[in-house]
Design a protein around this ligand. Structure first.
Ligand SMILES: [Zn+2]
Length: 105
């Protein structure tokens, strides 16, 4: 399994990108980010100016912030224990620790 570059959980069955930054089109079961779609389809990002690496990293950061603002809803709640979720969302306290441990803050 591969780690999601947005949420930091390892539920991905495929590598998110190939060497040319083409996305796998897999949807992360945790945060719901779709590689190859949610990274290359943002109106706020100027894809002409940034390199592909810079653009996808920015898209990950933006998606992570939006996910945080929605209180971390889980795309596929069956991946987690019911006790770990609050109404289908991951608890903020837990997530801050999780992001810090993975250098995603
Ligand atoms: Zn994810």
């Amino acid at each position: 399994m591969y780690q999601c570059l947005v949420c930091g959980f390892s539920f991905l069955e495929e590598e998110p990108y190939d060497e040319g930054y083409t996305g796998s089109f897999e949807i992360c079961g945790c945060c719901g980010f779709q590689y190859g779609y949610d990274d290359y389809d943002r109106l706020e990002i100027d894809y002409e100016v940034l390199s592909e690496e810079e653009a996808i990293k920015l898209s990950h950061k933006m998606y992570r912030e939006e996910w945080r603002q929605q209180s971390f809803p889980v795309f596929d709640p069956s991946l987690f224990n019911k006790q770990d979720l609050l109404n289908g969302c991951l608890p903020e306290l837990h997530m801050n620790e999780h992001f810090k441990n993975r250098g995603l803050l």
